[in-house]
Design a protein around this ligand. Structure first.
Ligand SMILES: NC(=O)c1ccc[n+]([C@@H]2O[C@H](COP(=O)([O-])OP(=O)(O)OC[C@H]3O[C@@H](n4cnc5c(N)ncnc54)[C@H](O)[C@@H]3O)[C@@H](O)[C@H]2O)c1
Length: 667
């Protein structure tokens, strides 16, 4: 398809003539069949809902087709309407749009659906098993048409993948406002998600899938590297080299573990039950060696430990079998975690021990009750082996996948005598006190020219800005700053780009703002050839209220509130974001978290500088202020520092109560 045909197809929206049926392609990974949860009346409603997108003349053909999709796959994806052009991020000038801002959003959406990037591209799932960009292809088509046509005086409203329409606004408003999975709180259980998603009225946007901000597995590598590095620093004697890290999962985000472990200098062994997932990571060079024989693997582990190699090994099999073998053979494991998709434990996120991948896929659809029992038995075995190894000195943490929560629901021995979890989450021990509380978070950017030279230029600029900041940084954040400088200098060498020309870099408010300003200046001067999209993972200082993950180091009782994330979304929207998003459920599961984020396209203008300065300041300091109010000491330090340089910032500070006074009250 040539450029003109592509533009025409983007502008088409819902086609006037029915496109022909698309064959079900076996060369791409497809989402597992979703549970059949609807009653007969509800199925009728789901089909009626789907038909809303099409003229009545199509209905007689589409109604039975949609019923077939619903019966066969559990959802109506409208496969027939998948576009004919190749799906990938194109250079920004190739998009038919009136504004650079909207063209950049089209680029980001197409990147999230690129088969090289997305987990189940034809079901519009980017990562995490159910992280959706849209619910169906009609929504995609309409959204692209709206983005192409809209002006600076309009805002596109997205309800869980559904484009409600363009509404009059003003140039300073966000061009797109996205919400995903917003429910009345009492109707936010997992079963309700299955039902309302099947009806076509809501979706699970994960964090960066439904907010168009996913940048491939790279998005999580920097965070995983600093987690592993600091876990190794904090919890083991001697140096980092030769320390063994064991975990599971080679999927969308979990696939970052092996790469990050090698960057951190560790020996890593990660189990993956799905041979396709393991093969993909091996081919991409994200895991060095692959084993399916446990005895052979154990020998290799011992050799790597002895030689202090920085190497990664994939075990093709079940993580439970690996943990049990390591415990039985008395192998010294220094660091341990888990990254199966336990936010979605009974629908393909976790494969229980004793069953093959195929047996599990069948059982979860044919006998969900028995499957659930198998998952629970497996989690109990997994925790028993982990407990054996932690007794011998292994440091184990929950990796934000609801492992502790699901293991406790399974009745595994995961609770300490006081009733709290035996093990911390990575945010409680590492990411919270060392990073989020100081304002360090997963800042990212995408070069919309699609040129590697532009990305290279941004890397150089970011490294220069950060080095200056690191040299002048106070002792409290010196280590973090130095690690970040090291990361950005090595980033290109680590070949992290999959899909768009993107970079992730943990930075604090100062770092993010100064880097963004320097990019804007370089665009203005033509040193960077096209606009840059700024963004971040929702997994950040201020963006996410998630008591089992991002806010698990909040101890004043407010961990179950979601004011911070909602305020963040609202505040970003009137401080200059190009698009904003608010989601229910990213990471740890539907109903367990509220998270939000933004995209901000900078084009070298003074207007872009005003927006980025104002918005990034709020986007980071909102969370620091809340963390400080929760009595987190690093956050208190960071917010006082911010107030010193910004006179307009006036934050309510907490007074500390004397512990003795409180104890005496109850004597
Ligand atoms: N590391 C982080 O910072 C971080 C951040 C966000 C989310 N997470 C969480 O981590 C989890 C994984 O995310 P993902 O995007 O990689 O999901 P994913 O579904 O793409 O990958 C998980 C992988 O685990 C494998 N698996 C499942 N059960 C297994 C078993 N018993 N033994 C071996 N392999 C098994 C699956 O085959 C799959 O490939 C999610 O719950 C996600 O929310 C982690």
């Amino acid at each position: 398809m040539n450029q003109e045909e592509f533009k025409k197809a983007m502008l088409e929206g819902i086609p006037e003539k029915l496109p022909s049926v698309k064959p079900y392609e076996t060369s791409v990974s497809h989402a597992p069949k979703r549970k059949n949860v609807l009653t007969l009346e509800e199925k009728k409603l789901a089909i009626k809902n789907a038909l809303r997108y099409f003229p009545e003349s199509f209905h007689a053909i589409l109604a039975p087709e949609f019923l077939e999709e619903l019966e066969k796959y559990g959802r109506i994806y409208m496969y027939r309407f998948r576009p004919d052009y190749e799906m990938h991020a194109r250079p920004i000038d190739e998009y038919p749009a009136k504004l650079k801002q909207t063209a950049s959003i089209m680029l980001m959406i197409q990147n999230n659906l690129d088969p090289a990037v997305a987990q189940h591209p034809h079901e519009l799932i980017t990562y995490g098993g159910n992280g959706a960009v849209f619910q169906n292809w009609a929504q995609y088509r309409l959204t692209m048409k709206y983005l192409a046509e809209m002006t600076n005086n309009q805002t596109l409203v997205m309800y869980s993948g559904h484009p409600l329409g363009l509404f009059p606004s003003h140039p300073d408003a966000p061009r797109v406002v996205v919400t995903n999975g917003m429910m009345i709180p009492n109707y936010s259980s997992r079963d309700e998600y299955e039902k309302f998603n099947a009806l076509g009225v809501t979706q699970y946007g994960q964090m960066t899938a439904g907010s168009y901000m996913y940048i491939g597995p790279q998005g999580i590598v920097h965070g995983t590297t600093i987690t592993l590095l600091n876990a190794a620093r904090l919890h083991s004697q001697g140096g980092i080299a030769g320390q063994l890290f064991v975990s599971s999962g080679m999927g969308g985000m979990s696939g970052a573990q092996t790469k990050a472990a090698v960057i951190a200098g560790l020996v890593a062994v990660v189990a993956e039950i799905n041979p396709q997932a393991l093969k993909k990571r091996h081919q991409q060079g994200w895991v060095d060696e692959v084993y399916s024989d446990l005895n052979e693997l154990i020998q290799r582990i011992q050799q790597a430990q002895k030689n202090k190699e920085a190497v990664s090994m994939g075990y093709q099999g079940n993580i439970v079998d690996l943990w049990e073998k390591l415990a039985e053979k008395n192998i010294r494991v220094d660091l341990g975690s888990d990254q199966t998709s336990l936010h979605n434990p009974f629908a393909g996120g976790y494969y229980p021990a004793g069953l093959s991948l195929e047996e599990s896929n069948k059982l979860m659809a044919t006998n969900p009750e028995l499957f659930k029992k198998k998952v629970h038995e497996s989690l109990k075995r997994q925790v028993a082996a982990i407990n054996q190894l932690t007794k011998k000195g292994m440091y184990f943490w929950d990796y934000g996948n609801a492992f502790l929560l699901e293991a406790s629901r399974a009745g595994a021995e995961i609770l300490a005598p006081g009733g709290e979890f035996r093990y911390p989450s990575y945010v409680q021990d590492i990411m919270g006190p060392l990073f989020f509380d100081y304002g360090f978070g997963p800042f990212r950017w995408v070069c919309t020219s699609g040129k590697a030279e532009d990305l290279q230029k941004t890397d150089e600029i970011a490294a220069m800005v950060l080095k200056e900041l690191a040299d002048a940084a106070p002792a409290e954040i010196q280590q973090q700053m130095n690690d970040n400088v090291h990361w950005i200098r090595e980033a290109e060498k680590n070949k992290l780009v999959v899909g768009s020309q993107a970079r992730i870099l943990y930075a604090d408010c100062n770092g993010r703002t100064l880097i963004a300003k320097a990019f804007n200046e370089a665009i203005r001067k033509g040193k960077i050839s096209a606009p840059v999209v700024l963004g971040r993972d929702h997994h950040d200082v201020s963006g996410t209220d998630s008591p089992y993950r991002e806010t698990s180091n909040i101890y004043d009782g407010s961990a179950l509130t979601a004011d911070m994330a909602v305020q963040n979304f609202a505040g970003d929207s009137f401080r200059g974001a190009t698009w904003v998003s608010l989601h229910n459920g990213g990471g740890v599961g539907w109903g367990e978290v509220i998270n939000g984020g933004f995209g901000l396209t900078i084009d070298g203008s003074a207007d872009a500088e005003r927006r980025l300065t104002n918005m990034l300041h709020w986007d980071v300091n909102n969370g620091i202020a809340r963390r400080s109010w929760a009595r987190n000491k690093p956050a208190r330090f960071a917010i006082e520092r911010a107030m010193q340089v910004t006179p307009e910032l006036k934050v309510t500070l907490a007074n500390e109560a004397d512990e003795n006074l409180l104890d005496n009250l109850f004597e």
